[in-house]
Ligand binder design. Structure first.
Ligand SMILES: [Zn+2]
Ligand SMILES: [Zn+2]
Length: 347
């Protein structure tokens, strides 16, 4: 599944975010349908909106129709604050953690969910179906990637490129926890007892633990072919820095400016597209700025010094498994970070 975002603009929002950074994603239930939410947010006088809504069967031409076509409507630009999270109450946890001011709308991205609230009791009333939850988790994953170009490619809108880039950089810094991946009740407490707590036929409510588990999982761990953490590489002028070891399909993050170089403290080599300049399929990668970066081998003018391989005892301590954290910093053979990176290789 991929994230499919369609624009359904709403005039109901604040302009901008009052200089506040986005620190949390807030999940709501519609007590209704995507089509009904479109009407509420884009017509009439009710002062309500969210940045996004996830649902199906919205009736709009060109949008997927079935539950399997669950998709996203964007009502409010990411660099504007929607009117979904403002009804703060002391019985919620938000004010205890973050204070009652400024208005949480400025500090959050809000997401509504189709829950078929009009269905008869016993017929799935209030249930957010699996397809909607899966699309919503993918939306959160995309948002937390902080990759503005990927946001745009999925159809997400900001008023300006600079605004979108700024908000995406803020969202990239969000660490998924029960304090950042929240439901509306977290803010509004007793004012919103069912958003999104168990209600009607929905006996579970917002599956927060599932979201956090999915958002914590790394989906872009490089498969290293050579492990050289701590070596310092000099990357030449005009080299392209990419989001994956691919020429055509990876996002180009930037190019090294003419007349300058970049100095990378690297993680290792990975196998990717064959670079026509050097004829090699090896790319260098590092963790920097909250993401993996790659550049083709032919862009490296030097790589030094050699770092001693791990000792037998260190190797024995690494029994394989997932990466839990990363560093591109110089390692001394005892740091946790080096151990974790070794775990990728299973050595
Ligand atoms: Zn709500
Ligand atoms: Zn639609």
């Amino acid at each position: 599944m991929t994230v499919r975002v369609f624009q359904v603009p709403s005039a109901k929002h604040y302009t901008g975010r009052a200089g506040q950074a986005v620190i949390a994603l807030v999940h709501h239930r519609m007590v209704g349908t995507l089509a009904g939410t479109d009407i509420t947010f884009t017509t009439g006088t009710r002062q309500a909106s969210t940045n996004f809504g996830v649902g199906y069967d919205c009736g709009k031409i060109g949008h997927p129709k079935t539950p399997a076509g669950a998709h996203v409507h964007q009502y409010v630009a990411v660099d504007d604050a929607a009117w979904g999270n403002g009804n703060l109450d002391v019985s919620g946890q938000w004010d205890d953690l973050y204070g009652a001011s400024p208005n949480p709308n400025y500090r959050t991205i809000s997401i509504e969910h189709h829950d078929n609230g009009g269905a008869a009791l016993g017929s799935g009333r209030g249930v957010v179906i699996e397809e909607v939850i899966a699309q919503s988790i993918e939306l959160d994953q995309l948002l937390l990637s902080g990759d503005w170009l990927a946001w745009k490619a999925a159809g997400i809108r900001a008023n300006t490129d600079a605004g979108g880039a700024a908000v995406s950089a803020q969202v990239q810094r969000i660490v998924p926890t029960p304090r950042t991946i929240v439901d509306h009740n977290f803010i509004a407490g007793k004012l919103k007892p069912y958003c999104w707590k168990p209600w009607s036929d929905d006996r579970i409510g917002f599956p927060q633990a599932r979201y956090i588990a999915a958002l914590t999982e790394e989906t872009d761990v490089p498969t290293l072919t050579g492990y050289i953490p701590g070596q310092v590489a000099v990357v030449k002028a005009t080299a392209n820095i990419r989001s994956a070891p691919q020429l055509a399909t990876a996002t180009k993050i930037r190019a090294v400016l003419v007349g300058s170089t970049e100095t990378w403290v690297v993680t290792g080599w990975v196998k990717g597209d064959i670079d026509p300049d050097g004829g090699s399929d090896q790319w260098l990668c590092r963790w920097a700025g909250g993401r993996w970066e790659y550049t083709a081998k032919s862009n490296i003018t030097s790589l030094a010094p050699a770092v001693a391989d791990c000792t037998a005892a260190e190797a024995a301590a690494c029994s394989g498994g997932r990466v839990e954290g990363y560093t591109s910093g110089r390692t001394d053979g005892t740091s946790d970070e080096r151990t974790r990176i070794r775990n990728v290789l299973g050595i």
